[in-house]
Design a protein around this ligand. Structure first.
Ligand SMILES: [Zn+2]
Length: 235
């Protein structure tokens, strides 16, 4: 077991290997306006990739705030920005992350098959652009939702290898998949990520609630790194 906040260096070597496969120096980064995708994008920028952001409007109730953050991050990283609507997910009533009620637990945050839907679209966009990779912000941890596990990422890579024409195949890079939230913030600090342009709260779009599962893990991650989170929280 890797201690909280430490990167798994064996897995880092695997990611470097993946990066060497790619001979096309542009990447499509799926961005949500959250911490993880911001830090993953910063890693790709540091590896000298040209960044193309893709942001999904799938009916999330904090959409407006997340989009503003994603746009600010695009300006920061000098990335192009594509906004994609996902009408199917928007049309499904009863998904917790699209509901008005206040959320406090992680267990009901699953959205049906969301990451397969979003990542497939990111791959299509990457193939159109002739980009080398798709970067996703999935992190390590309990993987309560099955569609952000390391196994899921490996299988998505097989799907790309099999189902797309561009060769060498677009690489699915999940640079944080073996890192926890504390490690993500630590890396973000090192890379100078503007955390003020990120949003994690599931409930509010002006002042973060401070008590949903995302706020709690974010606050803990900043605290354990000895740094103050620059966004505002409700008292
Ligand atoms: Zn919150």
């Amino acid at each position: 077991m890797v201690p909280k906040g430490e990167l798994n260096m064996v897995k880092e070597v695997e990611i470097q290997k993946k990066l060497r496969i790619i001979n096309r120096r542009s990447v499509v980064c799926t961005v949500s306006g959250g911490l993880d995708s911001a830090v993953a994008s910063a890693l790709m920028a540091k590896a000298d990739f040209e960044l193309h952001f893709i942001f999904f409007d799938w009916g999330q109730k904090t959409y407006k705030k997340e989009l503003r953050c994603a746009q600010a991050l695009a300006r920061h990283f000098d990335a192009t920005m594509k906004i994609v609507e996902v009408p199917l997910l928007k049309s499904l009533p009863g998904i917790s992350l699209t509901q008005k009620e206040t959320l406090t637990t992680a267990i009901n945050e699953y959205v049906p098959n969301r990451n397969a839907i979003l990542e497939s679209q990111a791959v299509a966009y990457a193939e159109y652009l002739k980009a080398g990779a798709v970067c996703i912000g999935s992190t390590g941890g309990d993987h309560i939702c099955p569609d952000n596990s390391p196994k899921f990422v490996d299988i998505m890579q097989l799907l790309v290898n099999e189902g797309t024409l561009l060769k060498p195949s677009i690489q699915i890079i999940a640079p944080l998949i073996h890192t926890d939230k504390v490690g993500v913030v630590k890396l973000g600090i090192k890379l100078g990520v503007p955390f003020e342009f990120t949003w994690s709260c599931h409930n509010n779009i002006d002042v973060a609630c401070g008590h949903c599962s995302n706020c709690e893990s974010r606050l803990e991650a900043f605290k354990l790194n000895g740094k103050k989170d620059p966004i505002r929280y409700a008292k």
